[in-house]
Design a protein around this ligand. Structure first.
Ligand SMILES: Nc1ncnc2c1ncn2[C@@H]1O[C@H](COP(=O)(O)OP(=O)(O)OP(=O)(O)O)[C@@H](O)[C@H]1O
Length: 351
């Protein structure tokens, strides 16, 4: 279904810029489509009937514990392993029938990319460009542009054997981008990089998606990093996709009436605590979206199925209470992820 080209009313409605509209239109185009995708190794079901659509320009996070089937799914998308059943289309091409065409349009960065250690950064990129039949002049220009884009312009002449782990990953990204891919697949790209390097790498990924409409598939165990950069995530367990969506949607599905939590504290009048508490309880309970209210000494804990923070604050103040503290919390990806491993959901029963 098409999404409206403006932000929802009430959230500071404004028109989108031309660039944002292009991105909105682009992201409605499917670029990776998996239908009933299944992979068996003998009797073992590694990927079990996967249905998933990833749209152009999205940054999509693949999450799941070791052995969940993420790498096997990626290999099938790249046409490097054949599905036992089901279909996998990338950029409108059947990856099983035409893996070479898919390879032309998709860049894959494994968790530890190999370079010719005795070549410098520039020569490694030029080598990849030659393999992709990019004419020499164009290859040099592209390699220079990409080296500065990934922050390695000053290290282009240094042998890659002397690169740090972070530098290798950034060169890996440039190496993947040299063939102008429509989709890039990154497998644990930030493993072993220092926090500053991780921040720069993630910012780069987001810019590639936002500015160039490149679709990014990021497989990672780092929930905070995935939450920072991904538009949507898919949670894999035991070869099944248990859930996919953006974080507010997953949170609303999983935590239902407790998707948002607000804690407030007000100053009660001397000697009138009990009556004022009762009145406050009624005021807060009447706010739309609020599902439960609990007093805990000085704190009042409020659960909501939608974000009612501004309405709660307004109701409290307009009813004459002195609001002295307000704290608002949404469920993060780590809570969403861990909820899937509680209560039997990790066996795939939810979908
Ligand atoms: N060639 C193979 N032969 C037999 N079993 C395999 C083969 N490749 C993968 N598997 C099994 O399939 C399951 C899924 O593996 P896969 O590598 O896709 O998981 P993953 O989610 O990528 O895990 P990780 O996070 O550790 O990379 C695992 O149980 C693995 O042992």
């Amino acid at each position: 279904m098409a999404r409206p080209l403006h932000y929802p009313a009430g959230a500071g409605q404004r028109l989108l810029s031309v660039q944002e509209i292009r991105k909105e239109v682009a992201v409605s185009t499917p670029i990776i489509e998996l239908r009933g995708l299944t992979k068996r190794y003998g009797d073992f079901l590694a990927v079990d009937g996967l249905d998933l659509t990833i749209r152009k320009g999205e940054v999509f996070g693949l999450l799941g514990p070791n052995g969940a089937g993420k790498s096997t799914t990626i290999l099938m998308m790249l046409g490097l392993t054949e599905p036992s059943s089901g279909s996998v289309e990338v950029c409108g091409i059947d990856a099983t029938v035409n893996p070479i065409e898919v390879k032309r349009r998709v860049g894959y960065l494994p968790d530890d990319i190999g370079f010719y250690e005795s070549y410098n950064g520039m020569d490694n990129l030029l080598y990849t460009a030659r393999l992709n039949r990019i004419p020499e002049d164009e290859a040099v220009a592209r390699a220079q542009r990409l080296l500065s884009r990934v922050g390695l312009a000053g290290e282009a002449a240094k042998k890659t054997g002397k690169y740090s782990r972070g530098m290798r990953q950034r060169l890996g990204l440039a190496d993947v981008l040299i063939k102008n891919p429509e989709v890039i697949i990154l497998d644990e790209p930030t493993l072993g990089i220092d926090p500053q390097g991780v921040r720069e790498f993630l910012e780069l990924i987001v810019r590639l998606s936002r500015e160039e409409g490149i679709t990014v598939l990021l497989s990672s165990h780092h929930l905070h990093q995935v939450q920072q950069v991904c538009d949507r995530v898919g949670i894999f367990v035991g070869g099944k996709l248990l859930a996919d969506g953006d974080i507010p949607t997953l949170s609303a599905q999983l935590f239902a009436n407790e998707a948002f939590k607000i804690t407030i504290r007000v100053k009660f009048s001397e000697g009138k605590q009990d009556t004022e508490k009762q009145r406050l309880m009624q005021v807060v309970q009447s706010v739309e979206g609020v599902t439960s209210v609990q007093f805990d000494q000085d704190d009042i804990h409020i659960s909501c199925y939608k974000d009612a923070t501004p309405h709660v604050a307004r109701a409290v103040i307009e009813n004459g209470f002195d609001l002295i503290h307000l704290n608002h919390k949404e469920h993060g990806l780590d809570e969403i992820y861990h909820r899937y491993f509680e209560g039997g959901k990790a066996d795939g029963k939810t979908k």
